[in-house]
Design a protein around this ligand. Structure first.
Ligand SMILES: O=C(O)CCC(=O)C(=O)O
Ligand SMILES: [Fe+2]
Length: 276
């Protein structure tokens, strides 16, 4: 690595550690492991690599990979947000709430004070966003990453709390959610965590029928949501696109194959608008 980049990286790490230690957190990876359990990956691998004189791993563990959807601005997907062990821990925490013990209940909402596991999840999301949005060149939170939009509007990251409303959905095979734009009483910047079954979420642009004579139906954009993934929805994707999950036969096709459906659990985190 070039010396200039090394210095910048060291500065970034110092700054980040300073900020994190002030809130008693070590790093995104440690934090997420504390909240949702140890990753089952081989943790000795880093020590071994260093002992062999190789480059140490970055302090945050694996650099999270984000996918952005070229047709829709404001959608960012991190597939490896939670490891399988962390997903199981999160599922247990959700089940312990007792929301879904009665088969007729498939949705729970909480406003204001969220359960501790949801606050931990929020903190992990904030840390991951801050880390991912950080621009190594300017040493500041950026609004663009490699020519792409940043994964979450920088101005929202520092709001307190980041999220104060939660929905937990438990969908049986065949059950999904109709096309909708999340209510305007919620601010911009929504996080969605998928657990258990994979599914295809479809996005369709909101058309103002009064303002257009164009009756062409635009194709829906499919997005494959895998267990443990984190989807961030903001800006255009939040306000100008509807999202839906149709789990009726024939709608859950990915790579030419119908997805085998199991129960799917999801967590939606949002912030209520403050009335002035
Ligand atoms: O279950 C999901 O992944 C989506 C949930 C959703 O769209 C919502 O809670 O508004
Ligand atoms: Fe939604």
């Amino acid at each position: 690595m070039e010396q200039r980049s090394k210095n910048k990286l060291i500065k970034l790490l110092e700054k980040t550690l300073e900020r994190l230690s002030s809130i008693e957190m070590l790093d995104y990876k440690t934090l997420i492991e504390e909240a949702f359990g140890e990753s089952s990956e081989d943790n000795d691998a880093d020590d071994l690599r260093q002992a062999e004189g190789g480059e140490p791993e970055p302090v945050f563990g694996e650099i999270p990979k984000w996918e952005q959807i070229s047709e829709i601005k404001g959608l960012s997907l991190c597939r490896d947000f939670l490891t399988p062990d962390q997903q199981s821990t999160l599922i247990s925490s959700i089940l312990q709430e007792g929301w879904f013990t009665d088969a007729s209940h498939n949705q729970a909402m909480r406003f204001g004070d969220l359960p501790a596991w949801a606050n931990e999840l929020s903190t992990c999301i904030r840390e991951l966003i801050e880390y991912s949005n950080y621009d190594l060149e300017s040493m500041e939170l950026s609004s663009e990453m490699d020519g792409q939009d940043c994964i979450f509007p920088s101005k929202l990251i520092n709001r307190e709390p980041l999220f104060n409303q939660l929905i937990a959905n438990s969908y049986q095979p065949g059950e999904g959610i109709c096309a909708h734009v999340d209510l305007m009483r919620f601010e911009d910047g929504i996080a969605l965590i998928s657990l258990e079954s994979s599914c295809v979420m479809h996005f369709s642009r909101v058309v103002d029928e009064a303002a257009t004579n164009d009756n062409r139906i635009e194709p829906k954009i499919p997005l494959y949501l895998t267990p443990g993934s984190l989807l961030l929805i903001s800006g255009e994707a939040r306000y100008h696109w509807q999202h839906e999950i149709n789990r009726k036969p024939g709608f859950q096709i990915w790579d030419g194959q119908e997805i085998v459906q199991k129960r799917r659990t999801s967590i939606t985190l949002r912030k209520l608008c403050t009335s002035e």
